[in-house]
Ligand binder design. Sequence first.
Ligand SMILES: [Ca+2]
Length: 489
Amino acid sequence: MIGNEWQRGRDGLVRSRRLESCLLAAAALMLMTTPSLAEDTLIDTEGGPIKVETVAGGVDHPWGLAFLPDGRMLVTERPGRLRIVTPDGITSQPLTGVPQVFAKGQGGLFDVALDPAFVSNRLVYLAYAEPGDGGAGTAVARGKFGDASLDDVQVIFRQQPKIDGPYHFGGRLAFAPDGRLFVTLGERFQFEPAQDLSNHLGKIVRINPDGSVPEDNPFVAQIDAKPEIWSYGHRNPQGVAIHPETGKLWESEFGPMGGDELNLIHPGLNYGWPLVTFGLEHSGAIISRYTSKPGMEDPVTQWTPSIAVCPVLLCLSDRYPGWRSHLLVGSLARQEFRRLEVRAGHLVEDELLFKERGRIRDIVTGPDGLLYLAIEHQGICREPARLFDDFRHRAGNFVQASRIDANVGRRLVNLDARAVHFPLERNFARKLPQSFGYVGSGLRQHGRNRREQFELESPEDIGSIQQCNAGNRAQALRIHRRAAHLWCR
Ligand SMILES: [Ca+2]
């Protein structure tokens, strides 16, 4: 329901301010078995229509993909298999030599990356959940690519300690322009240890391709700190994107119920989990009263309710001129493919490109400049309507928005932030200018079954929301473009 409204509102906006008429083409590697979802489609976006076509099917829970120099793809399957997929969609037998993985819950075989010098050394890197004493932990192994096998496989990094349980492994790999390797590590559902530098839980680490520690890592000289750590205070980092020239590192991170994050990562800094978060426990319990604290980095943007943000890619392909340097984000539960434009650390544009075509696990740019997506079937998605109810029943008020550009066309409404009588989190208040432009529509909830759409046209609309609020009805106000979402109870 929410999605349809979003779609209608967005289409209206698109008609009035289409940016360019060029035809964008996106190829999606639709790795699913449901034929009705695998059809080619044209999807309207603000930059023009994109064509989404299925390249290959029949792959089981694809997690990571990487292009070989010859145009074929290496694709990991979470149960523990690595396959080659040809450009025309032919899938190979699993390669031999892949390490044994802990394939329970969120565990399994995760990302795959090629050595920057792959053409000469043939090295392939795998991140995976490694079973062992104490449970499981994320590990990185590398081996020589032998067309049907990985040979001379060595484990170059092990997350310490291993933890019992199948949650929050991280598992994304990315090579920086200087040849260092970043690995994201989840906090294994342990919470506070993400703040403790003496372990690898809830960290992003930076290693050399042989697993050794770069001398300029931020904590190499600190006693009791793991020297591989690059940043800390993460929950479950599922995506990374690195600018190939500047080395700027973006990270996407699962929140609990609410509070998915997009972060810009700097060495040695604390990203707050679990001391600051926009999310709640799935039970509705409060994890932290703070969304921001001195000494901790705020996310560039965050999603509440969660979309289950997963991969993130920096779009630099010439095939998408309107999207240059924008971030593309995929999600699991909401199955959304989004385009984000960030300027000077602020989100200025957020477009839903498509949704409900499956859980998006990875996004890469192919040698043809087109985008390729690894998409799971819809087997275990969380029901969005359920999320809405979760928020209706939670204890406190939550309000969030991103910076809003006043010049967004269609309808503009100037609102005074003081007119919004919700208890604003400090973080939110700081990011909201006193006066700003809104465009969009809202959604009022009447009882369990009836929802009413309305256009946001004047500050009085905010007043009516407050009245509904007093009557203990839930509403979601969805702001199109430029803003993220404003949720209230
Ligand atoms: Ca954070």
